[in-house]
Design a binder for this molecule. Structure first.
Ligand code: SAM
Length: 327
């Protein structure tokens, strides 16, 4: 294995794969109420095509893969893809990001196929608010998904909470309390100005404010988590077995440590989530590209990774919806 790095000497070892642009929720900060235009099924990479890309990337040195979307579990047969990726052998971290609503049906099979861990998006513990934020979902489904992941042995389970002023920021202490009572690993994420309907500037809660709200719960000690010490900074409350992480894409971006590439559902390789630059792999895959040529295209994408994004300068991201490029 050679080990990859980009033009800024950042090591690249992580590929996020969007397996579908479709989602069964309509979160207010992620997409407009009317939804977004959908790709046709023939535009979306087959599992076989995804396997070819991941295998070539693995031969270059990628050893972490995360499946995302859209909602990855709305795509039929996801455990089969996990099994194919696990068979590559050198991917030592296979993870999933999901809203959890369908996880209760699939957690055991995913684990058996080789999935190691799961991040579950959950922005509120209140059923009415859940329906408001997701526009159509049921809190109970996601809670059942979290429990099924625990029973299946997916570990760690990280709960991703996008924090919005006036919507769910009052629940920060409730989520933090679950790191003590349930051992949850909770990560609070700053709201990014993407394609949703929310007035982002007035909804953004900085990490400084988040921490102030948690002060009454006790002193938070910095810590590390067992797997996936990515962009989050982690802390632990007294007596907690779980952790609290903060992810700051807006006020304190972490581009300097970006180690990832993204494969969109329609087969474009994205050097950066927030740049529209893409390298098409689907066409080459469909005309029989060799593994060596595929590797050249992957290396080209890495060479094109920008130094950073511009969200902190007040730029709203105007590109393809998050659900298409794999958040
Ligand atoms: N459907 C899956 C899920 O819900 O986790 C995977 C896709 S979703 C786009 C991935 C993550 O992006 C979720 O944790 C979601 O909360 C986050 N996300 C979407 N829009 C965001 C925004 N405007 N700011 C911050 N995070 C956002």
């Amino acid at each position: 294995m050679t080990g990859l790095s980009d033009s800024f000497q950042r090591p690249i070892n992580y590929l996020r794969v969007s397996v579908t642009d479709r989602c069964n929720l309509r979160c207010i900060y992620c997409m407009p109420a009317e939804g977004v235009s959908l790709m046709s099924h023939s535009d979306v990479l087959s599992y076989e095509e995804i396997y070819h890309v991941v295998k070539a990337a693995a031969e270059l040195g990628i050893n972490k893969v995360r499946l995302t979307g859209g909602e990855p579990l709305v795509r039929a047969g996801l455990p089969e893809l996990v099994r194919m990726l696990a068979s590559i052998g050198t991917i030592d971290d296979i993870a999933l990001t999901t809203n959890g609503t369908l996880l209760a049906h699939h957690a055991a099979e995913l684990k058996q196929a080789g999935l190691q861990r799961v991040n579950i998006s959950l922005d509120t513990l209140n059923p009415d608010k859940f329906r408001h934020i997701t526009r159509c979902g049921h809190l109970e489904d996601t809670l059942r998904g979290i429990e099924a992941a625990r029973v299946a042995g997916l570990d760690p389970i990280k709960i991703n909470v996008v924090v919005m002023a006036g919507i769910n920021d009052d629940e920060l202490p409730d989520f933090a309390a679950r790191t003590v009572s349930e051992g949850w690993h909770v990560r609070f994420i700053e709201l990014m100005p993407l394609n949703g309907d929310e007035p982002v500037a007035s909804r953004l809660v900085s990490v400084g404010d988040m921490k102030r709200r948690l002060n009454p719960l006790g002193k938070m000690e910095p810590c590390r988590v067992s797997v996936g010490n990515g962009p989050a900074k982690y802390f632990r409350l007294p007596d907690a077995t779980g952790t609290i992480g903060f992810i700051t894409p807006v006020t304190e971006h972490f581009c300097y440590q970006c180690n990832r590439l993204r494969l969109t559902a329609d087969g474009k390789l994205r050097p950066c989530l927030l740049s529209e630059e893409e390298i098409d792999l689907r066409e080459p895959l469909r005309i029989g590209v060799s593994s060596a040529e595929l590797k050249n295209l992957i290396e080209e994408a890495i060479a094109r990774k920008p130094l950073g994004h511009k969200l902190a300068e007040g730029n709203k991201h105007k590109g393809r919806p998050f659900s298409q490029v794999g958040g």
